[in-house]
Design a protein around this ligand. Structure first.
Ligand code: SAM
Length: 316
């Protein structure tokens, strides 16, 4: 379901009820149930037979929502938080640098709320496998049920275990290991054991403090990893605006008045663009409109440091 697409909603399917970006509720379609919010009631049984993507009206016709197909991205936005979770900026860079793709065998610990678990599963499906480990019993139980509900149980094996004490019980099979643990350095020897030795294995650890990064880097170095690098993934938004650019001849001809340099103004409103067009028409000035953007400096949103490394291959 999360790793393949279907057109029409059936009984038992997961549907993401999208009200706004901040308000997305996942449901499993059950003819006996209704979804209620302050705008009205939505009957599950009426969703059956509708296409994913449909805009559905409430029974009183006062409210509406969209019936969206489940994806790991929507799951990350709507998953009930049992722990802190990974978000898409980090998920994308980790997936890229661990080279997650169909067929890969991956180990993850801890599973936490399963946010990253769903993305890994989609990346490696249908032929790969994810072994995920969580030592909190209740969390391990919940994720097991969610994976069943989401048709991911054949791609993901969920284990209840303390990996720092007991390792992964997997030898020479994994292409990549991802550790989101308070003490990832304690699981590094287990990661070495589980990674394949016939090709370069990759590891990533996710830690909020630089002291954790230092201990992890030492453990990676001592356990035969090379190419150790730590990065911080920060989201930066860009402001865009339209600027007027005269051609060179117009500028040389002293038509500077027509080239408003936006002194004292950051943005040119659309009426100005229109006026500039008219001026250009009557006075034969060629003005090009340029869409420009610049990064906005906002508060830094540190989540964690990502430390990547590769394991040396055993030469025959
Ligand atoms: N990456 C997850 C996600 O995207 O939802 C969140 C992981 S959460 C921050 C860390 C998890 O690691 C917690 O659920 C915790 O119980 C688990 N954990 C901590 N130490 C562990 C250990 N030694 N073995 C297994 N799991 C452990």
């Amino acid at each position: 379901m999360f790793h393949e697409y279907k057109k029409t909603i059936e009984k038992g399917d997961v549907v993401m009820l999208y009200m706004t970006r901040e308000s997305i509720v996942p449901i499993v379609v059950d003819e006996e149930k209704n979804f209620n919010n302050k705008f009205g009631e939505y009957k599950h049984k009426k969703m059956i037979g509708m296409d994913y993507g449909t805009k559905m009206l409430s029974e009183n016709k006062k409210g509406f929502l969209y019936l969206l197909h489940p994806t790991p991205e929507l799951w990350t936005l709507s998953v009930p938080h049992r722990t802190q979770i990974l978000y898409m900026p980090d998920i994308s860079i980790i997936s890229l640098k661990l080279d997650l793709k169909p067929g890969k065998i991956v180990i993850e610990s801890g599973t936490g709320s399963g946010s990253f678990t769903h993305s890994i599963a989609r990346s490696i499906a249908p032929s790969g496998h994810l072994h995920t480990f969580e030592y909190h019993e209740e969390r391990a139980k919940i994720i097991k049920a969610e994976l069943e509900n989401h048709n991911l149980a054949s791609i993901v094996t969920s284990n209840h275990r303390d990996v720092c004490k007991n390792g992964f019980s997997l030898e020479d099979v994994a292409d990549a290991v991802f550790l989101d643990l308070p003490a990832p350095w304690e699981a590094v020897p287990a990661a070495v054991k589980s990674l394949r030795k016939d090709k370069v294995g990759r590891i990533c650890t996710f830690s909020p403090c630089i002291e954790q990064v230092q201990r992890t880097a030492l453990a990676l170095n001592e356990n035969g990893f090379f190419d150790i690098e730590t990065i911080e993934c920060l989201v930066r938004t860009h402001d865009s605006s339209h600027l007027e650019m005269p051609d060179i001849q117009s500028a040389i001809d002293g038509q500077k008045a027509k080239f408003k340099s936006n002194k004292g103004r950051k943005r040119l409103i659309s009426s100005k663009i229109k006026n500039a067009d008219e001026d250009a028409e009557t006075q034969d000035i060629s003005i090009t409109k340029l869409l420009a953007s610049k990064p906005v400096m906002t508060a830094r949103g540190h989540t964690s440091y990502l430390t990547f490394a590769s394991l040396l291959v055993n030469k025959p």
